[in-house]
Write a protein that binds this ligand. Structure first.
Ligand code: SER
Length: 919
């Protein structure tokens, strides 16, 4: 009887939940929000990692789920094999069941065996084989004979039970993390045992792999099982390939229909280029849809960008439909949306991003295309590179060649060097390895990850103590002390106004110019005047700068002196209060007891601006389908928020809408609720705002919640007001376009916002109209327009800037040349009724046929006005026409025609010139 994938998935969950009393847990997000050790969730057990390591309580003794998994990097990387065989995928679903002390090896094996042979009816005597762990000398772990005997008791003959080494039967989550021996159930269609396909992996998690490479026992044993849904479905639907199941077929049909390409024929091997492309595109469309729906974004996750670009390239080059990937996301949502509703909920966002990335790829192809072609001519082996348009690839390759030229026998790239390339050129490890492979160079993967970890640790230390990089030695020394309890930062009362009680604390260390002193210390006059001093307390009410919120200020009162705190930072769990003593002091046992008191006014202002930041963020998400937070800074005076809208324009109307959304929320007097949340809960939240690329701590997490005109639920360590009404007013004071797709907003709240309202909000419009001194916003506007045009250009930039709010005469076109990469550029600026134009031609492109003067003359028949050059400018290099006033209904056409004329002229002479130059 035919069973659909949906039924097979459901039967698995029903079997474990109804018959065997397991609790169903939802699939977590595929983004490991609290775990930097993996790029994506790669197994059902990832969300349970904290439980295996004893950091969290299990939500039940018996659990079951179907987990979205992505394997594109680290220990489990299937990317290279995708499309080439019948069963490797970047995205797949894993069916799994777990026991946390509820059952042992024997039950785990019996449950799995019964499911396969009775529930799914697989022929036990012919097709199923099992393996068990045969022991490992290096790790000093004995063979798992107990499991061998379990299979014997179940009734398997010895010729169907095989022992394997650690490579096959010791499962590890990644380079670090929970691990243990496993037993696998395999299928062989022929029944000979020569062609085994792994079906179900039953892991006995009882060890942990540490960062230093050591494997240590956990002291407890857990059951963690996993079975790839796609493989099971293929088997039960009697198909030789996962791609022939109902999980992939609808995608193939959609590709065929939209592209007109011949239908998928299921062929493999060198001659099956089209079928391989079908498989890769369908696989990648699933991965991209799921990763984006869970909140990953391509510029924060190179692996995602790589998969997305490969899919986009296939859509464009092989299937001839630029929008095919975006279209396929609809079909993925149809196939998986009922099991994972977050895909449907985020479909618009997913499509905005896939579309934006497509545009980006097309423009990058134009800009790096020529350079890549030249490289390819020099070294045709580079044609194996998957994504030759990855930003930074040419620079990375040049660097690699430089290293190679330095030594006659350069065959290995160290982890440190590979990391340097990754860090400076933004290329991921896989792409670096591809480039290196072309040159016969091996890359030290492990060294790369070690270096990455090292840099992460030092940069964390550096960031948190950025006023002075506390020497590593000092951080080590700190470890002998208990960490600072700073939970008091969240304790405050509101009764008409906020009150923050002083806190009795003890000094546990003094840091002077980066050196830690934990015993008594007498500060000299010189140190008082010239050294940087920080006090470390056992507990503190001070908020250390974190999550974009600036730190508290205040005082620490000692017996006979006062320490004025100006900056507070946190490092490795210790809170360092930087400041100055008002008089000479000796810190010793007698005056270690102190009273710490924060500056309430500053704190309240910080809290207000932090809550306002959350409302602003929620407002942006209401207005735009896709928003990525780039930078957030919360100060007592204002808030600064930089974000991307993935190519969608942020207009003055949007600004007003946002302003009014936040103010409505304030007028609704909504409670701002804050609650603690475990990392497991965080992984399962569907409507939580998290910052892509951020790794959250796995303990002490909080969620801040506002539910009204705007719905805001953000993971946040900051301090907030208890009710939106406290903010009274909110006003956006500045908006700066930062590049073609980023914007920066400044806003204020509280009484100052009321005053700022009319004045400053008008100012924003005045700024844009250029009637104000602030030219910065116009330069930013011009710059972003030019940058976008340069990205799209084919060696010659022709662009028309349109704005209803910016008058052409206020645009400093004479500066435009700074942003156009030394390319010939023709710029037209138009508002409602006025047009202006200016062009530039660099020396090396000038000739008797092509120069600035002639180029500007080419639009003369459309805009018959006099040409000009300023002062001592060279007319061959630059030329302009002054303002042309025209009517509202003609202006669009005139601007377009002028651009078309300029383009025609450039096409005639510029191309000629290029050919001449190339020769
Ligand atoms: N964690 C194991 C695996 O991924 C079993 O679920 O194979």
């Amino acid at each position: 009887m035919y069973k659909s994938a949906k039924i097979i998935r459901k039967e698995f969950l029903d079997y474990f939940s109804t018959e065997l009393n397991h609790k169903i847990i939802p699939s977590s997000s595929v983004i490991p929000w609290c775990d930097s050790s993996v790029a994506f969730i790669n197994a059902g057990m990832n969300q349970l990692k904290g439980i295996f390591l004893g950091k969290e309580e299990a939500p039940g003794g018996r659990l079951v789920n179907c987990q979205k998994c992505i394997r594109v990097g680290g220990k489990h990387n299937d990317l290279k094999d995708v499309g080439l065989d019948t069963y490797h995928h970047t995205f797949f679903e894993m069916l799994g069941n777990w026991s946390f002390g509820s059952y042992s090896k024997e039950e785990a094996c019996r449950y799995a065996w019964r499911a396969l042979t009775e529930l799914y009816g697989i022929n036990r005597s012919i097709n199923l084989f099992v393996t068990y762990f045969g022991g490992d000398q290096e790790m000093q772990i004995a063979p798992d004979l107990e499991t061998r005997d379990v299979w014997r008791n179940i009734g398997l003959p010895d010729d169907k039970i095989r022992a394997c080494g650690a490579k096959d039967n010791f499962w590890e989550m990644d380079l670090t993390g929970p691990c243990g021996p496993c037993t696998e159930i395999h299928f062989d269609a022929a029944g000979s045992g020569n062609n085994l396909t792994e079906l179900w992996n039953i892991v006995f998690i009882d060890h942990q792999r540490l960062t230093d490479g050591g494997v240590v026992p956990l002291g407890r044993q857990f059951i963690d099982t996993g079975m790839g849904l796609e493989r099971l479905v293929a088997l039960l639907q009697n198909k030789n390939s996962n791609y022939d199941t109902d999980l992939f077929q609808p995608l193939f049909q959609a590709i065929h229909k939209s592209s007109g390409a011949p239908e998928y024929a299921g062929k493999f091997g060198d001659q099956a280029t089209l079928d391989t492309a079908y498989r890769v595109l369908a696989d990648h469309a699933r991965m991209v849809t799921v990763a984006l729906s869970d909140g990953s974004i391509p510029d924060k996750n190179q692996k995602l960008r790589r998969v997305l670009r490969r899919a986009t390239s296939l859509a464009i080059d092989t299937f001839g439909n630029n929008d095919l990937l975006t279209e396929l996301t609809n079909h993925v949502a149809e196939s998986l949306g009922d099991v994972y509703p977050e895909i449907q909920d985020n479909l618009k966002k997913i499509q905005v991003i896939t579309n934006y990335e497509k545009e980006l790829l097309i423009s990058q192809r134009k800009s790096t295309g020529e350079a890549w072609k030249t490289l390819l001519k020099m070294n045709p082996r580079l044609s194996t590179i998957n994504d030759p348009y990855s930003p930074g690839i040419i620079k990375a390759y040049t660097k690699l060649m430089k290293l190679k030229s330095k030594s006659s026998n350069f065959v290995a790239l160290s982890g440190k060097e590979a990391f340097k390339i990754y860090d400076s050129h933004g290329l991921d490890l896989e792409a670096i390895k591809e480039l290196a492979e072309v040159e016969g160079i091996k890359v030290d993967d492990e060294g790369f990850f070690k270096e990455m970890e090292m840099v992460r640790i030092t940069s964390r230390a550096g960031k948190q103590t950025n006023r002075r990089v506390v020497a590593k030695k000092t951080l080590e020394q700190l470890k002998v002390l208990p960490q600072t309890d700073d939970s008091f930062k969240y304790q405050y009362a509101f009764d008409d106004k906020y009150t923050f009680s002083p806190l009795e604390c003890s000094i546990i260390g003094v840091v002077i110019d980066g050196e830690l002193e934990t015993k008594s210390i007498k500060l000299t006059e010189n140190q008082l005047n010239n050294s940087e001093i920080a006090l470390i307390l056992n507990q503190t009410p001070f908020y250390a700068s974190e999550g974009g919120q600036l730190s508290d200020q205040g005082i620490i009162k000692l017996k006979n002196s006062l320490f004025k705190v100006s900056v507070v930072e946190k490092s490795e769990g210790y809170v360092l209060h930087y400041g100055t003593f008002d008089s000479p002091v000796e810190v010793n046992n007698k005056n270690k007891k102190v009273t710490a008191k924060i500056d309430s006014e500053r704190r309240v202002n910080l809290m207000m601006h932090h809550t306002a930041t959350h409302l602003l963020n929620a407002g942006l998400r209401k207005i735009f389908p896709a928003v990525a937070q780039r930078i957030s800074v919360v100060t007592p005076l204002d808030l600064i928020f930089r974000f991307s809208t993935f190519g969608k324009k942020f207009s003055p109307q949007h600004c007003q809408e946002l302003d009014s959304l936040v103010n409505k929320c304030i007028n609704q007097n909504l409670d701002v609720k804050t609650e603690g949340i475990s990392s497991l809960e965080l992984m399962n939240q569907k409507n939580l705002t998290l910052i892509p690329g951020e790794v959250y701590p796995d303990t002490g997490l909080r969620v801040v919640d506002v539910d009204g005109e705007l719905k805001s639920r953000e993971a946040c360590c900051g301090t907030h007001v208890h009710n939106t009404g406290v903010l009274k007013n909110f006003c956006i004071t500045e908006v700066h376009p930062k590049s073609s797709h980023d914007y920066l907003i400044k806003a204020v709240t509280g009484p100052q916002a009321k005053n700022a309202k009319t004045k400053t909000q008008l100012n924003y419009l005045v700024d844009v109209k250029g009637k104000n001194d602030k030219k910065e916003i116009i330069i930013d506007f011009m710059k972003s327009e030019i940058e976008r045009a340069v990205e799209k250009s084919d060696g010659c930039v022709i662009h028309c800037m349109k704005s209803n709010d910016i008058e052409p005469e206020s645009v400093p076109l004479q500066l435009a040349y700074n942003y156009c990469d030394n390319l010939p550029m023709f710029l037209i600026v138009m508002s409602k009724k006025k047009i202006r134009a200016r062009c530039f031609v660099p020396k090396e492109f000038q000739s008797t046929y092509f120069n600035a003067k002639l180029w500007m003359e080419s639009i003369n028949k459309v805009l018959p006005v006099e040409l000009g050059t300023f002062g001592d400018e060279d007319p061959l290099s630059t030329s302009h026409i002054k303002i042309v006033r025209t009517s509202k209904d003609k202006i669009e056409n005139q601007a377009e025609e002028a651009a078309a004329e300029a383009e025609k002229f450039a096409a005639l002479y510029f191309k000629k010139l290029k050919i001449k130059k190339n020769n």
